[in-house]
Design a protein around this ligand. Sequence first.
Ligand code: BDR
Ligand code: CA
Length: 302
Amino acid sequence: MTAFHLDCDTGIDDALALAYLLGHPGVDLTGIGTVSGNTAAGQAARNTLDLLALAGRDDVPVATGAHHPLGGDFAGGAGPVHGSNGIGGVELPHTTRMPDDRSATDLLIEAAHRHPGELRVITTGPLTNLALALRREPELVTLVHDVTAMGGAVRAPGNITGNAEANIANDPAAAAEVLGAGWPVTLVPLDVTMQHRFTEHDRAALAGHGTPLTAALAAMLTSYFDFYETRFGERQVPLHDPLAAGIATGDLVPLDAPLLGLRIESDGQVVEDTAARHPTKVVFSLTGAAAPVIRTLILEAV
Ligand code: BDR
Ligand code: CA
């Protein structure tokens, strides 16, 4: 098994990514940090703890991370997409388990020291916690094996503005620090995630599986489908965060993934272009369909 750390803003598609990782026989999920994005970092931690309890996985530590982005204030979340609580308004049974006493940055740094050169990091939210961890422990760039990050809109249109994708737009300064740090980063942008979707067939498979976790995921997907139906004209949702998880594990294989220098902009200004010195692997397409791979592993989660 390989040690993985997940940093997320749980989030409906973050929940799918988490369930996929829990179902994966090759994944040792050493810890989860949360960050404000789809919802506040504290609510994301609650959602994560409740999902882990449903999966019978109270062994995985969950640490609350940054509430505010670097140099700014949390904008309030993505209520229209992910609901007021981040998980489509679904009320999960509340576990009494509390978040870890450590911060999300400390959890990541300690895991990296426990697995030097081996820890794989997956991010499915803004990159605030990773930037803070790098500031605190610059050795992370060599201690961590690699980072796979869902974020960005490179050639494709954005989903927050015409150009901007949510995870990068919610903390562009952090994205600049993380992409410019010089560790191996694989970016999984909207260019590829918008192409791979769950349909009603996938939602029905989760609902029909009948475990508490899959029932909860199917319930969350209902409101996610409602939102994306207004965009796609069909009841389909993009698998943003599960794609990052599936690419990190190797279950999903990039077809077109060049090394590119990336420029990060905020309000039309270049925040930093240091990323150009450290090219990022950007995934534009996959060799196969993602939905069946993701669905199958989620059904193995419990
Ligand atoms: C990303 O933003 C969040 O809303 C999703 O969870 C995903 O991580 C997509 O732009
Ligand atoms: Ca997310």
